[in-house]
Ligand binder design. Structure first.
Ligand SMILES: Cc1ncc(COP(=O)(O)O)c(C=O)c1O
Length: 394
Protein backbone atom coordinates (compact mmCIF):
# COMPACT_ATOMS: atom_id res chain seq x y z
CA UNK A 1 0.00 0.00 0.00
CA UNK A 2 1.12 3.54 -0.67
CA UNK A 3 0.90 6.05 2.15
CA UNK A 4 1.20 9.72 1.27
CA UNK A 5 3.87 11.61 3.23
CA UNK A 6 4.92 8.50 5.14
CA UNK A 7 6.50 6.57 2.27
CA UNK A 8 9.35 9.03 1.77
CA UNK A 9 10.41 9.09 5.41
CA UNK A 10 13.85 7.57 5.98
CA UNK A 11 14.16 4.65 8.42
CA UNK A 12 14.20 5.96 11.96
CA UNK A 13 17.78 5.19 13.05
CA UNK A 14 16.97 5.67 16.74
CA UNK A 15 14.59 2.70 16.45
CA UNK A 16 17.54 0.47 15.53
CA UNK A 17 19.39 1.38 18.72
CA UNK A 18 16.20 0.96 20.71
CA UNK A 19 15.72 -2.50 19.25
CA UNK A 20 19.28 -3.51 20.21
CA UNK A 21 18.73 -2.11 23.70
CA UNK A 22 15.55 -4.14 24.13
CA UNK A 23 17.24 -7.32 22.89
CA UNK A 24 20.16 -6.80 25.29
CA UNK A 25 17.76 -6.16 28.18
CA UNK A 26 15.77 -9.29 27.31
CA UNK A 27 19.05 -11.18 27.44
CA UNK A 28 19.46 -9.96 31.01
CA UNK A 29 21.94 -7.14 30.33
CA UNK A 30 21.66 -3.94 32.34
CA UNK A 31 21.83 -1.37 29.54
CA UNK A 32 22.45 2.18 30.76
CA UNK A 33 20.09 4.22 28.62
CA UNK A 34 21.26 7.66 27.62
CA UNK A 35 19.63 7.50 24.18
CA UNK A 36 16.18 9.07 24.16
CA UNK A 37 15.84 12.52 25.81
CA UNK A 38 13.00 11.36 28.03
CA UNK A 39 13.32 13.15 31.40
CA UNK A 40 13.45 10.86 34.46
CA UNK A 41 13.10 13.64 37.07
CA UNK A 42 9.59 13.56 38.64
CA UNK A 43 7.12 16.33 37.83
CA UNK A 44 6.38 18.76 40.72
CA UNK A 45 4.29 17.14 43.50
CA UNK A 46 2.00 20.15 43.34
CA UNK A 47 1.15 19.36 39.72
CA UNK A 48 0.27 15.77 40.57
CA UNK A 49 -1.90 16.78 43.55
CA UNK A 50 -3.78 19.40 41.54
CA UNK A 51 -4.30 16.95 38.67
CA UNK A 52 -5.86 14.40 41.01
CA UNK A 53 -8.05 16.99 42.71
CA UNK A 54 -9.33 18.51 39.48
CA UNK A 55 -9.83 15.13 37.81
CA UNK A 56 -12.37 14.38 40.58
CA UNK A 57 -14.57 17.25 39.44
CA UNK A 58 -16.92 16.11 36.62
CA UNK A 59 -17.01 19.68 35.29
CA UNK A 60 -13.46 19.08 34.13
CA UNK A 61 -14.35 15.96 32.16
CA UNK A 62 -15.92 17.87 29.26
CA UNK A 63 -14.20 19.19 26.16
CA UNK A 64 -11.91 22.05 27.07
CA UNK A 65 -10.70 25.11 25.12
CA UNK A 66 -8.48 24.22 22.18
CA UNK A 67 -6.33 27.35 22.63
CA UNK A 68 -6.02 26.82 26.40
CA UNK A 69 -8.28 28.08 29.22
CA UNK A 70 -7.84 31.80 30.07
CA UNK A 71 -5.95 31.24 33.34
CA UNK A 72 -3.46 28.96 31.58
CA UNK A 73 -2.74 31.62 28.98
CA UNK A 74 -2.48 34.16 31.80
CA UNK A 75 -0.01 31.93 33.68
CA UNK A 76 2.35 31.66 30.68
CA UNK A 77 2.05 35.40 30.17
CA UNK A 78 3.11 35.96 33.82
CA UNK A 79 5.97 33.47 33.42
CA UNK A 80 7.30 35.35 30.37
CA UNK A 81 7.15 38.66 32.22
CA UNK A 82 8.85 37.23 35.32
CA UNK A 83 11.50 35.16 33.52
CA UNK A 84 12.28 37.20 30.42
CA UNK A 85 10.78 40.64 31.00
CA UNK A 86 8.60 40.06 27.92
CA UNK A 87 4.96 41.17 27.83
CA UNK A 88 2.60 38.66 26.20
CA UNK A 89 -1.09 39.43 25.70
CA UNK A 90 -2.85 36.28 26.93
CA UNK A 91 -5.80 36.98 24.62
CA UNK A 92 -4.01 37.37 21.31
CA UNK A 93 -0.39 36.29 21.65
CA UNK A 94 -0.58 32.79 23.18
CA UNK A 95 -1.93 29.44 22.09
CA UNK A 96 -1.54 26.25 24.10
CA UNK A 97 -0.26 23.18 22.25
CA UNK A 98 0.07 19.52 23.14
CA UNK A 99 3.82 19.76 23.54
CA UNK A 100 6.22 21.80 21.45
CA UNK A 101 6.40 18.97 18.93
CA UNK A 102 2.70 19.16 18.10
CA UNK A 103 2.91 22.96 18.16
CA UNK A 104 5.77 23.04 15.69
CA UNK A 105 4.14 20.51 13.38
CA UNK A 106 0.90 22.44 13.05
CA UNK A 107 2.70 25.76 12.96
CA UNK A 108 4.44 24.58 9.79
CA UNK A 109 1.04 23.75 8.28
CA UNK A 110 -0.08 27.34 8.68
CA UNK A 111 3.26 28.89 7.73
CA UNK A 112 4.36 26.82 4.76
CA UNK A 113 3.14 24.61 1.95
CA UNK A 114 4.02 23.38 -1.54
CA UNK A 115 6.25 25.88 -3.34
CA UNK A 116 7.60 27.40 -0.12
CA UNK A 117 11.02 26.80 1.29
CA UNK A 118 12.06 26.67 4.91
CA UNK A 119 15.56 26.95 6.36
CA UNK A 120 16.38 24.46 9.10
CA UNK A 121 19.73 23.92 10.85
CA UNK A 122 21.42 20.58 10.37
CA UNK A 123 21.81 18.53 12.47
CA UNK A 124 18.42 19.16 14.09
CA UNK A 125 15.78 17.68 16.33
CA UNK A 126 14.00 15.55 13.69
CA UNK A 127 10.59 17.29 13.73
CA UNK A 128 12.28 20.58 12.79
CA UNK A 129 13.14 18.94 9.47
CA UNK A 130 9.99 16.84 9.02
CA UNK A 131 7.31 19.35 10.08
CA UNK A 132 7.93 21.49 6.97
CA UNK A 133 8.24 18.30 4.90
CA UNK A 134 4.80 17.14 6.14
CA UNK A 135 3.44 20.57 5.22
CA UNK A 136 4.67 19.99 1.66
CA UNK A 137 7.39 22.68 1.79
CA UNK A 138 10.98 22.33 0.55
CA UNK A 139 13.46 22.09 3.38
CA UNK A 140 16.90 23.58 2.97
CA UNK A 141 19.19 22.22 5.69
CA UNK A 142 21.82 24.72 6.80
CA UNK A 143 24.90 23.20 8.41
CA UNK A 144 25.51 24.27 11.99
CA UNK A 145 29.08 23.47 11.09
CA UNK A 146 31.81 21.48 12.73
CA UNK A 147 33.10 24.74 14.22
CA UNK A 148 29.98 24.88 16.40
CA UNK A 149 30.28 28.62 16.07
CA UNK A 150 27.01 30.61 16.02
CA UNK A 151 28.59 33.37 13.89
CA UNK A 152 29.68 30.89 11.23
CA UNK A 153 26.14 29.47 11.32
CA UNK A 154 24.69 32.95 10.91
CA UNK A 155 26.79 33.46 7.75
CA UNK A 156 25.67 30.06 6.43
CA UNK A 157 22.03 31.03 7.03
CA UNK A 158 22.52 34.24 5.07
CA UNK A 159 24.19 32.36 2.21
CA UNK A 160 21.39 29.80 2.17
CA UNK A 161 18.79 32.55 2.08
CA UNK A 162 20.57 34.30 -0.81
CA UNK A 163 20.94 31.14 -2.85
CA UNK A 164 17.42 29.73 -2.36
CA UNK A 165 14.59 30.53 -4.72
CA UNK A 166 11.78 31.12 -4.01
CA UNK A 167 13.18 32.98 -1.01
CA UNK A 168 12.65 31.05 2.24
CA UNK A 169 9.58 32.23 4.14
CA UNK A 170 10.46 30.65 7.44
CA UNK A 171 13.60 29.95 9.49
CA UNK A 172 13.42 27.32 12.24
CA UNK A 173 15.75 27.85 15.19
CA UNK A 174 16.28 26.31 18.58
CA UNK A 175 18.87 27.45 21.10
CA UNK A 176 20.15 25.95 23.40
CA UNK A 177 20.33 23.48 20.56
CA UNK A 178 19.49 19.80 20.51
CA UNK A 179 21.61 17.86 19.62
CA UNK A 180 24.73 20.05 19.21
CA UNK A 181 24.21 21.99 22.49
CA UNK A 182 25.24 25.22 20.69
CA UNK A 183 24.04 28.32 22.55
CA UNK A 184 23.61 31.90 21.36
CA UNK A 185 23.37 35.28 23.03
CA UNK A 186 20.89 38.11 22.63
CA UNK A 187 23.14 39.94 20.14
CA UNK A 188 23.00 36.93 17.84
CA UNK A 189 19.22 36.81 18.12
CA UNK A 190 19.06 40.56 17.45
CA UNK A 191 21.03 40.20 14.20
CA UNK A 192 18.64 37.52 13.01
CA UNK A 193 15.51 39.42 14.01
CA UNK A 194 16.79 42.50 12.16
CA UNK A 195 17.40 40.38 9.09
CA UNK A 196 13.92 38.85 9.31
CA UNK A 197 12.28 42.27 9.68
CA UNK A 198 14.08 43.54 6.58
CA UNK A 199 13.23 40.52 4.44
CA UNK A 200 9.75 39.44 5.59
CA UNK A 201 10.90 36.15 7.04
CA UNK A 202 9.13 34.42 9.93
CA UNK A 203 11.36 33.07 12.70
CA UNK A 204 10.15 30.05 14.64
CA UNK A 205 12.18 29.60 17.80
CA UNK A 206 11.77 26.29 19.61
CA UNK A 207 12.80 27.23 23.16
CA UNK A 208 12.51 23.72 24.64
CA UNK A 209 15.70 24.25 26.71
CA UNK A 210 14.82 27.74 27.96
CA UNK A 211 15.63 26.74 31.54
CA UNK A 212 18.34 24.12 31.06
CA UNK A 213 21.54 26.15 31.13
CA UNK A 214 24.71 26.02 33.19
CA UNK A 215 27.60 28.02 34.61
CA UNK A 216 25.61 31.25 34.87
CA UNK A 217 24.50 31.25 31.22
CA UNK A 218 20.91 32.41 30.72
CA UNK A 219 19.44 31.53 27.29
CA UNK A 220 17.72 34.49 25.64
CA UNK A 221 14.10 34.37 24.53
CA UNK A 222 13.88 35.63 20.96
CA UNK A 223 11.03 37.86 22.15
CA UNK A 224 13.48 39.84 24.29
CA UNK A 225 14.76 41.41 21.08
CA UNK A 226 13.00 44.73 20.40
CA UNK A 227 10.64 44.33 17.42
CA UNK A 228 10.85 40.51 17.50
CA UNK A 229 7.10 40.12 17.74
CA UNK A 230 6.74 41.54 14.22
CA UNK A 231 8.42 38.44 12.80
CA UNK A 232 8.78 35.74 15.46
CA UNK A 233 7.01 33.13 17.46
CA UNK A 234 8.55 31.05 20.21
CA UNK A 235 7.63 27.62 21.59
CA UNK A 236 7.99 27.24 25.37
CA UNK A 237 7.34 23.82 26.87
CA UNK A 238 6.81 22.45 30.38
CA UNK A 239 8.48 19.19 29.26
CA UNK A 240 12.08 19.91 30.24
CA UNK A 241 11.72 23.04 32.39
CA UNK A 242 9.23 21.46 34.81
CA UNK A 243 10.03 17.85 33.92
CA UNK A 244 6.46 17.32 32.69
CA UNK A 245 7.17 15.41 29.48
CA UNK A 246 4.14 13.12 29.56
CA UNK A 247 1.68 15.91 30.28
CA UNK A 248 2.08 17.42 26.80
CA UNK A 249 1.81 21.09 27.70
CA UNK A 250 3.54 23.80 25.68
CA UNK A 251 2.76 27.21 24.23
CA UNK A 252 3.34 29.16 21.05
CA UNK A 253 3.78 32.83 21.92
CA UNK A 254 4.62 35.98 19.97
CA UNK A 255 3.40 37.37 16.66
CA UNK A 256 -0.39 37.79 16.88
CA UNK A 257 -1.18 36.89 13.27
CA UNK A 258 0.81 33.67 13.44
CA UNK A 259 -0.59 32.74 16.86
CA UNK A 260 -4.14 33.41 15.63
CA UNK A 261 -3.58 31.34 12.49
CA UNK A 262 -2.40 28.40 14.58
CA UNK A 263 -5.31 28.93 17.01
CA UNK A 264 -7.75 28.71 14.12
CA UNK A 265 -6.19 25.56 12.69
CA UNK A 266 -6.16 23.92 16.09
CA UNK A 267 -9.80 24.80 16.69
CA UNK A 268 -10.56 22.45 13.77
CA UNK A 269 -8.21 19.73 15.02
CA UNK A 270 -8.62 19.32 18.76
CA UNK A 271 -10.77 20.21 21.77
CA UNK A 272 -7.89 21.15 24.01
CA UNK A 273 -5.77 19.31 26.52
CA UNK A 274 -7.66 17.47 29.29
CA UNK A 275 -8.74 20.32 31.59
CA UNK A 276 -7.26 18.90 34.82
CA UNK A 277 -3.85 18.94 33.08
CA UNK A 278 -4.36 22.58 32.18
CA UNK A 279 -5.39 23.41 35.76
CA UNK A 280 -2.37 21.56 37.19
CA UNK A 281 -0.11 23.41 34.75
CA UNK A 282 -1.50 26.78 35.88
CA UNK A 283 -0.82 25.98 39.54
CA UNK A 284 2.66 24.68 38.68
CA UNK A 285 3.74 27.77 36.77
CA UNK A 286 2.25 30.13 39.36
CA UNK A 287 3.21 28.32 42.56
CA UNK A 288 6.34 26.34 41.72
CA UNK A 289 8.22 28.93 39.66
CA UNK A 290 11.58 27.75 40.96
CA UNK A 291 11.14 24.10 40.03
CA UNK A 292 13.12 24.56 36.79
CA UNK A 293 16.13 25.59 38.91
CA UNK A 294 16.02 22.28 40.81
CA UNK A 295 15.70 20.36 37.57
CA UNK A 296 18.60 22.32 36.15
CA UNK A 297 20.85 21.55 39.12
CA UNK A 298 20.33 17.85 38.54
CA UNK A 299 21.26 18.12 34.87
CA UNK A 300 24.31 20.21 35.70
CA UNK A 301 25.72 17.63 38.15
CA UNK A 302 25.06 14.85 35.64
CA UNK A 303 26.74 16.86 32.90
CA UNK A 304 29.79 17.34 35.11
CA UNK A 305 29.86 13.67 36.10
CA UNK A 306 29.61 12.46 32.51
CA UNK A 307 32.12 14.88 30.96
CA UNK A 308 34.64 14.43 33.79
CA UNK A 309 34.38 10.65 33.63
CA UNK A 310 34.64 10.55 29.85
CA UNK A 311 37.77 12.74 30.08
CA UNK A 312 39.26 10.36 32.65
CA UNK A 313 38.96 7.45 30.19
CA UNK A 314 40.52 9.47 27.36
CA UNK A 315 37.35 10.69 25.64
CA UNK A 316 37.49 14.49 25.78
CA UNK A 317 34.12 16.18 25.35
CA UNK A 318 33.46 19.90 25.85
CA UNK A 319 31.00 20.64 28.67
CA UNK A 320 27.78 22.05 27.17
CA UNK A 321 26.40 25.39 28.43
CA UNK A 322 22.83 24.24 27.91
CA UNK A 323 20.37 21.39 27.10
CA UNK A 324 20.15 17.99 28.78
CA UNK A 325 22.61 16.43 26.32
CA UNK A 326 26.28 15.87 25.78
CA UNK A 327 27.23 15.90 22.08
CA UNK A 328 30.31 13.74 21.94
CA UNK A 329 32.62 13.56 18.92
CA UNK A 330 33.34 9.93 18.10
CA UNK A 331 36.92 9.23 19.27
CA UNK A 332 39.43 9.22 16.36
CA UNK A 333 40.14 5.51 16.62
CA UNK A 334 36.44 4.72 16.02
CA UNK A 335 35.51 7.55 13.66
CA UNK A 336 35.49 5.42 10.52
CA UNK A 337 32.62 3.36 11.91
CA UNK A 338 30.19 6.27 11.51
CA UNK A 339 27.72 7.14 14.26
CA UNK A 340 25.16 4.38 13.71
CA UNK A 341 27.67 1.52 13.84
CA UNK A 342 29.50 3.17 16.74
CA UNK A 343 26.26 3.59 18.72
CA UNK A 344 25.36 -0.06 18.03
CA UNK A 345 28.83 -1.07 19.22
CA UNK A 346 28.32 0.89 22.44
CA UNK A 347 25.08 -0.99 23.15
CA UNK A 348 26.49 -4.42 22.44
CA UNK A 349 29.99 -4.01 23.93
CA UNK A 350 29.53 -1.40 26.69
CA UNK A 351 25.83 -1.79 27.44
CA UNK A 352 25.42 1.96 27.02
CA UNK A 353 22.70 3.37 24.74
CA UNK A 354 23.29 6.71 23.00
CA UNK A 355 21.68 8.39 19.97
CA UNK A 356 23.70 8.18 16.74
CA UNK A 357 24.36 11.67 15.37
CA UNK A 358 23.24 10.68 11.85
CA UNK A 359 19.67 10.45 13.18
CA UNK A 360 19.68 14.25 13.49
CA UNK A 361 20.71 14.86 9.85
CA UNK A 362 23.81 14.55 7.73
CA UNK A 363 25.83 17.04 9.81
CA UNK A 364 25.57 14.74 12.84
CA UNK A 365 27.42 11.67 11.69
CA UNK A 366 30.70 12.30 13.52
CA UNK A 367 28.95 12.32 16.92
CA UNK A 368 26.84 10.41 19.40
CA UNK A 369 24.46 12.15 21.80
CA UNK A 370 24.26 11.24 25.46
CA UNK A 371 20.99 12.28 27.19
CA UNK A 372 21.48 13.11 30.88
CA UNK A 373 18.62 10.92 32.04
CA UNK A 374 20.54 8.48 34.22
CA UNK A 375 21.71 9.30 37.75
CA UNK A 376 25.36 9.93 38.65
CA UNK A 377 25.94 6.42 39.94
CA UNK A 378 24.71 4.96 36.63
CA UNK A 379 26.80 7.50 34.73
CA UNK A 380 29.84 6.25 36.67
CA UNK A 381 28.95 2.68 35.70
CA UNK A 382 28.57 3.75 32.06
CA UNK A 383 32.06 5.26 32.10
CA UNK A 384 33.53 2.05 33.58
CA UNK A 385 31.80 -0.01 30.87
CA UNK A 386 33.04 2.37 28.17
CA UNK A 387 36.60 2.17 29.48
CA UNK A 388 36.51 -1.63 29.10
CA UNK A 389 34.85 -1.61 25.68
CA UNK A 390 36.77 1.23 24.03
CA UNK A 391 40.20 -0.36 24.13
CA UNK A 392 41.52 1.86 21.36
CA UNK A 393 41.13 5.08 23.39
CA UNK A 394 44.52 6.65 24.09
C1 LIG B 1 14.37 20.89 20.52
C2 LIG B 1 13.22 20.13 21.05
N1 LIG B 1 11.98 20.58 20.83
C3 LIG B 1 10.90 19.94 21.30
C4 LIG B 1 11.03 18.79 22.05
C5 LIG B 1 9.79 18.11 22.53
O1 LIG B 1 9.12 18.95 23.37
P1 LIG B 1 7.62 18.63 23.83
O2 LIG B 1 7.70 17.52 24.82
O3 LIG B 1 7.15 19.91 24.40
O4 LIG B 1 6.88 18.21 22.60
C6 LIG B 1 12.29 18.29 22.33
C7 LIG B 1 12.43 17.04 23.10
O5 LIG B 1 13.44 16.41 23.16
C8 LIG B 1 13.40 18.97 21.81
O6 LIG B 1 14.64 18.53 22.03
Amino acid sequence: MDFRRINDLPPYVFAQIDQLKLQARRAGKDVIDMGFGNPDIPSPGLAVEKLIESARNPKNHRYSASRGIPKLRQAISSLYLRRFGVEIDPETEVVTTMGAKEGLSHLMWVLSGPGDSVLVPSPSYPIHIYAPVFAGADVRQVPLGPAANPDVFFDSLMEAWESTWPRPKVVVLSFPHNPTTICVDIDWMTKLVNFAREHDVILVHDFAYADIAFDGYSPPSILQVPGAKEVSVELYSLTKSFSMAGWRVAFTVGNTEVVQALTKLKSYLDYGTFQPIQIASIVTMNEAPDYPKLVNETYQSRRDALCDKLASIGWEVAKPKGTMFVWAPIPDAYRDMGSLEFAKYLVSEAEVATSPGIGFGPGGDGFVRFALIENEQRIGQAARNLRKALTRLS
